[in-house]
Design a binder for this molecule. Structure first.
Ligand code: M6R
Length: 362
């Protein structure tokens, strides 16, 4: 049942305010963040490895920034197909975390099995609590996204990010890096996030118009810095997966180390840049693109649009959100851009060619 939507993907994108509330309600109590037993002792850890595939990997890649910045916990993040065959040494006091919507992805499951008896504990963030990955881990943390049918992962991604941010906050608390007042402020922002998503969903038409124009492109670049860098990869993955347009993501600062050679008037460049402490740096990269005729789609907030919007080809304006939460909110325009571009191209949005919802072969 598509609930009145044209595609499951559209329905699942629109469900995000409600499933994000479910996720938050499952982990937040009046006194703060509560994990199911046996919990996680983050103070005892020297390192965390995060392993996953595809969009789940990109949730993990985002979480690396959170764990390292807020909790001062070193994180290694890798795609499961590389991790498992590299035979990485697992040093003492290293916990291993696996992220999977289906909980059945063959490479992620194999990576988990590799870590058994080596890592101090195996944790998973899953959407299917009865899945193999959940059953074989010491602690499985469900994301409460509900059934996801569209091959392109949308609501699972934002729910994964939410659980991962809560874990990073818990880690910061356990490790003495997050005073209660700072924690409470972030939790207040998090509780407001489903409402902010609703506001952002109301701006869909602007994105649909931009997507009509992007549908003509052969190649599209995504740029981001800091927390927006993993998300740039997610935007590119989503777009290529369902619209079949070639898309690549780069760290904004890497542009002049090679990819800028690709820029001309035929290559739209999507720049993800809320007005945070890194904004000015990203704007100067954006100007480098424009100086070479590149057409910039700037995804930013009111302050960002005010200061740099006039220079961009198109601006998609997001509601205000605190810096830490920006990757969760900015996933939405990335999803909608991919969705509307695919619809404009007439591809099979829910069942893109050559892809399966759950990759259980290696
Ligand atoms: O079920 P999983 O989360 O383990 O699946 C991992 C990837 O196959 C999945 O995220 C894939 O990249 C999506 N189709 C992306 O939208």
């Amino acid at each position: 049942d598509k609930g009145g939507h044209r595609h499951f993907m559209a329905k699942e994108i629109a469900e995000q305010p409600s499933v994000l509330s479910d996720t938050l309600n499952a982990y937040l109590t009046d006194s703060g963040i509560a994990l199911p037993d046996p919990g996680i002792d983050f103070a005892a850890l020297d390192r965390l490895t995060i392993t996953a595939c595809g969009t789940a990997y990109l949730a993990g890649f985002t979480a690396k920034y959170w764990f390292e910045q807020i909790a001062r916990l070193p994180v290694e993040v890798d795609v499961a197909s590389e991790f498992r065959y590299r035979e990485p040494p697992i040093t003492p006091n290293t916990a291993a975390l696996f992220i999977s919507q289906s909980g059945e992805t063959a490479d992620t499951l194999a990576a988990l099995r590799y870590c058994k008896g080596k890592a101090s504990a195996l944790y998973s963030v899953v959407n299917v609590p009865e899945s193999s990955i959940a059953r074989e881990s010491d602690l499985a943390l469900p994301i409460h996204a509900g059934v996801e049918i569209g091959v392109a992962s949308t609501k699972a991604f934002t729910c994964q990010l939410t659980v991962l941010l809560l874990l990073a906050l818990k880690a910061a608390e356990d490790r003495g890096h997050l005073p209660p007042a700072a924690r409470d402020e972030i939790l207040t922002h998090l509780r407001a996030l489903p409402g902010v998503f609703n506001t952002a969903l109301g701006r869909d038409e602007v994105i649909e118009n931009v997507a009509q124009e992007l549908a003509e492109a052969r190649d599209i670049l995504f740029l981001g810095r800091g927390l927006m860098y993993p998300l740039a990869h997610e935007g590119a993955l989503k777009l290529k997966e369902i619209s079949y347009i070639h898309a690549e993501a780069y760290a904004s600062g890497e542009l002049k180390h090679g990819p800028i050679a690709l820029i001309d008037q035929h290559v739209p460049v999507v720049v993800l840049a809320p007005r945070d402490r890194l904004f000015d740096k990203t704007v100067s990269n954006m100007q480098e693109v424009m100086a070479r005729g590149g057409r910039v789609v700037l995804i930013t907030d009111a302050a960002g649009a005010e200061s740099a919007g006039a220079e961009a080809w198109r601006v998609i304006q997001m509601p205000e959100v605190s810096d830490l939460l920006a990757p969760i909110l900015y996933a939405l325009p990335a999803q909608l851009l991919a969705y509307h571009t695919a619809v404009a191209k007439g591809t099979d949005v829910d069942q893109p060619r050559n892809l399966a919802k759950s990759v259980t072969v290696e």
